[in-house]
Design a protein. Structure first.
Length: 294
């Protein structure tokens, strides 16, 4: 794991109630608290701020305590660069979509402008998606790279991982199926909300121990262990770094399990007013998105 990972357990990036013009990094006081769910339920969440201004350089605990006014994505748009995304990386999802298992990871990119905050920030469906209402959800586990990685081996790959968080790979299915490349259909502004908590790789030495659920307006749509991944974390980090520098702050979306709206009969797409929650346990908690039309 990245050396920075050993300096924290769980980090949140947030706006404090004491100063709404400020952005802080810190650890939730309650180590077991589902931060996203607690905030959604209107509870106060106490955080011990760190001296740094980024999860990539968090510094040390200051000894102070703050209360979250608004939680932000763990990294800012300026820190993530282009966002790497892996398609068809759950065996059961490939089966759901009637597609063969890939022999190599299937890569597409999202721009940094697609990065978005958890609730209460809205997740917006663009006008092009509203034309036929085929906006879809994809619950995903996210790898956060902690130091520049290039040409790394699978054996060394975890040395570059800072930690993990959750994402919703918001997609426009008609646009996706109309093209062989997926960056357009999955790269709209705000189409990559992540968070709410960055969990240290030191706390989760084996990401296959995670379990992910996608919950649409209270109904469980996706429910899968990460043992179903076709390509695990070491394979993905190594593969994506071949001949290509993954700068510190790079985030890698690792694919979605079965249960997406486009894979159901009848289809079950997102619409304005829906709420979608990505629950990644243990430690990360719940990323909640409230869906709105542009």
């Amino acid at each position: 794991m990245s050396k920075i990972a050993s300096t924290f357990s769980r980090l949140v990036r947030f706006v404090p109630k004491s100063n709404p013009a400020k952005v802080l990094i810190g650890e939730p006081v309650d180590a077991q608290l589902d931060v996203g769910l607690a905030l959604y339920q209107g509870k106060d969440v106490s955080v011990r701020p760190f001296s740094g201004s980024s999860v990539l350089n968090p510094g040390a605990a200051t000894g102070a305590t703050e209360t979250i006014e608004r939680v932000l994505s763990p990294l800012a748009q300026t820190e993530v660069g282009s966002i790497r995304c892996i398609g068809l990386n759950y065996a059961s999802h490939a089966k759901e979509m009637s597609m063969d298992l890939p022999e190599l990871p299937t890569l597409f990119l999202k721009p940094a402008t697609s990065l978005a905050d958890p609730w209460p920030a809205p997740t917006v469906l663009p006008k092009i998606t509203q034309q036929d209402n085929t906006g879809d959800y994809e619950s995903e586990m996210v790898i956060v790279i902690g130091r520049d990685a290039k040409d790394v081996s699978e054996a060394d790959a975890l040395d570059y991982v800072l930690g993990y968080t959750a994402a919703n790979d918001v997609s426009s299915r008609t646009s996706q199926m109309n093209q062989s490349q997926w960056s357009f259909s999955k790269g709209f502004d705000g189409a990559c909300p992540i968070g709410p908590v960055l969990v240290s790789a030191a706390l989760v030495p084996d990401a296959s121990k995670f379990h992910i659920r996608g919950i649409k307006s209270g109904q469980v749509m996706q429910d899968c262990p990460l043992t179903d991944l076709v390509f695990g974390v070491p394979q993905l980090v190594s593969f994506l770094s071949q001949g290509t520098t993954l700068p510190a702050g790079t985030i890698i979306l690792t694919g979605t399990p079965p249960g997406v709206g486009g894979g159901q009969n009848p289809k079950n797409y997102l619409k304005s007013g829906d709420e979608f929650a990505v629950e990644l346990l243990p430690h990360v908690g719940t990323l909640i998105n409230k869906i709105e039309n542009q």
